[in-house]
Write a protein that binds this ligand. Structure first.
Ligand SMILES: NC(=O)c1ccc[n+]([C@@H]2O[C@H](COP(=O)([O-])OP(=O)(O)OC[C@H]3O[C@@H](n4cnc5c(N)ncnc54)[C@H](OP(=O)(O)O)[C@@H]3O)[C@@H](O)[C@H]2O)c1
Length: 262
């Protein structure tokens, strides 16, 4: 299937590693011109170089922290200046720290909302004016937790739920401009975030890392962690014109882990 991404302009937030990097790579493989940003200049430059070498695509590395609204606007502006427009936005950020209702503070909630909800709002706010004339596609990255709250992750469970309301509302309001808005929720996927959590558990329980990783995959019908590329394949499709009649949806990429029926 031709995804019709050749020559399209995409911006991927938080793209220096993990899921964001895999999505940026997937878009570049399909011939998109890709801007990507994160906070660490060395890491984002190295990632951009690697994607360029692998795919031959035009890749623009940018430094920005989603906690700073002006840096978000600057990243969108730099993308439009370099590539002459914006067709695809993929929102992403790091995850908030673990914690339960009785251990986290109001300040922790405020930080999580800034990191995972307000960053998404601000990225969309800066991107939409550039999509109104020709249409566009926005894909937000959240978590399986938007459908199935995860234990000891109350900050993520709470802040990410707001993204669902945002996505559905924006899909309703912006459809008239042919702007599609969808959300993807990863289940456990083999990135540094999951490896670090497993490493900590392996040390605590004095078990080999592989055993801790196997534990992370327990309860997943497919019996294993996801790979970043498997997650990226779904995002690239939703971002592409091949998904031209899909908007306002949430898709979990979780190996079947979500236990509900809807
Ligand atoms: N992997 C999973 O299994 C999984 C499951 C559910 C949800 N998620 C969520 O999906 C998102 C991506 O996860 P991941 O596994 O890819 O994590 P990761 O491997 O730790 O990568 C996180 C990325 O976010 C960037 N980043 C972090 N904070 C940022 C900020 N304030 N501004 C800009 N960039 C920032 C990091 O780059 P720099 O350090 O260079 O800034 C890095 O590129 C997270 O929100 C995570 O909680 C992941």
């Amino acid at each position: 299937m031709d995804l019709h991404l050749q020559g399209k302009v995409a911006l991927v937030a938080a793209g220096s590693k993990g899921l964001g990097r895999a999505v940026a790579t997937g878009l570049a493989r399909e011939g998109a011109r890709v801007a990507l940003f994160s906070r660490d200049a060395e890491r984002i430059n190295a990632t951009a170089e690697a994607i360029k070498t692998e795919t031959g695509a035009e890749v623009l590395p940018l430094v920005a922290d989603v906690m700073h609204p002006e840096q978000i606007t600057a990243a969108i502006d730099a993308t439009v200046k370099e590539f002459g427009g914006l067709d695809v936005l993929v929102t992403n950020a790091g995850g908030p720290p673990p914690g339960s209702f009785e251990t986290v503070s109001d300040a922790d909630f405020v930080n999580a909302i800034e990191l995972n909800l307000l960053s998404t709002i601000r990225l969309c706010r800066a991107a939409v004016p550039h999509m109104k004339e020709h249409g566009g596609s926005i894909v937000t990255i959240t978590s399986i937790s938007v459908k199935q709250p995860l234990q000891d992750l109350i900050l993520s469970n709470t802040a990410r739920s707001g993204v669902l309301g945002l996505v559905k509302s924006m899909a309703n309001e912006l459809g008239k401009y042919n702007i599609r808005v969808n959300n993807v929720g990863p289940g456990p996927t083999r990135t540094d975030r999951i490896l670090n959590l497993a490493r900590a558990r392996a040390e605590r329980d004095r078990i080999p890392l592989e055993d801790a990783l196997t534990e992370s995959a327990m309860g997943i019908p497919l019996g294993r962690l996801g790979e970043p590329e498997e997650f990226a394949n779904a995002v690239v499709f939703l971002a592409s014109p091949a998904a031209s009649y899909i908007s306002g949806q949430t898709l979990l990429i979780d190996g079947g882990a979500y236990a509900g029926t809807l």
